[in-house]
Ligand binder design. Structure first.
Ligand code: URA
Length: 274
């Protein structure tokens, strides 16, 4: 049986809160992804919600306003395609992403996290989604995993100040850092494609299983890492892409850094090629 905490004991309450925060539990959310699109019923009022078990309350904090006429999934993807294809510069794309209202994750995020680094660099790193630190600061990969990514890139002579661009397949932090759903990645994909087309990298590093799935439709980073593939963007252009381990995974399983080092070498060799 779970012991009941005496909430009049403020030190104990603070200690529990601190422990939650350290464990990454810093959002009031449900344990499974919510289909926000299913809530967007612009015309007919939604049917009465079935009673939910107490253990898994609806994630009200992130529910878009049902009266605001939110878009269906198809409408959201269509709007993203239209907005992305109208952009003819990196700056225009950044502004288009910032003003895009079709991804429900935006409602629960503090900041839009677009990209960081040098637009037009020959190396583009694509990660999963902003976490807590990225959401606070508004730049991708600035937390512990980001610091490891910076060290990995430095090992092959790369930095976001000089010669790499870093972005994600999702521009808003998913609640509780959960993995983005296929619908969320599909909604953001037109912007990711346009970023690739506008910046024209020679090589793209896909950091982790989520970008592997979102950009190539492939599952299983353990088998896919280290093997070159091609990403085809919306306009039909093709770009070389190397799936790699996500730095957060390497923080948890440092023994895999050996394989990550081999992948970094392959990336560097490709970039050295004429
Ligand atoms: N992990 C990611 O995949 N992206 C970020 O921006 C931060 C952490």
């Amino acid at each position: 049986m779970v012991p009941v905490m005496d909430i009049s004991d403020q030190d104990a309450a603070r200690a529990v809160l601190r422990w939650y925060a350290d464990m990454g539990v810093d959002e009031a959310t449900a344990t499974s992804p919510a289909d926000y699109y299913a809530w967007s019923a612009p015309k007919a009022p939604p049917p009465a919600a079935p009673a939910r078990p107490r253990a898994e309350p609806a994630p009200k904090l992130f529910r878009p306003d049902p009266d605001a006429g939110a878009m269906s999934a198809d409408e959201a993807i269509g709007a993203a395609e239209k907005a992305a294809s109208a952009c003819d510069s990196y700056e225009a794309l950044e502004a288009a992403v910032a003003s895009f209202e079709g991804c429900p994750l935006k409602a629960g995020a503090t900041k839009t996290v677009f990209a960081d680094g040098v637009p037009g660099a020959d190396l583009l790193v694509i990660g999963e989604a902003p976490g807590r630190d990225e959401d606070r600061i508004g730049k991708p990969f600035v937390g512990r995993a980001g610091q490891l990514l910076d060290r990995m890139l430095a090992a092959i002579g790369r930095s976001r100040e000089e010669n790499v661009l870093i972005s994600n397949v999702i521009y808003w932090r998913p609640p509780g850092n959960r993995t983005p759903t296929p619908m969320e990645t599909a909604t953001c994909r037109p912007f990711v494609d346009r970023l690739i087309e506008l910046t024209g990298p020679k090589a793209i590093a896909l950091a982790g299983g989520a970008p592997l799935q979102a950009m190539l439709g492939v599952t299983g980073i353990m088998r896919a890492r280290g093997r070159w593939r091609e990403i085809e963007t919306a306009s039909g252009a093709r770009f070389a892409a190397l799936p790699m381990f996500h730095p957060a995974f390497l923080l948890r399983q440092p023994a895999n850094k050996r394989l990550a080092w081999a992948d970094l070498q392959a990336l560097a060799a490709r970039l050295r090629e004429g």
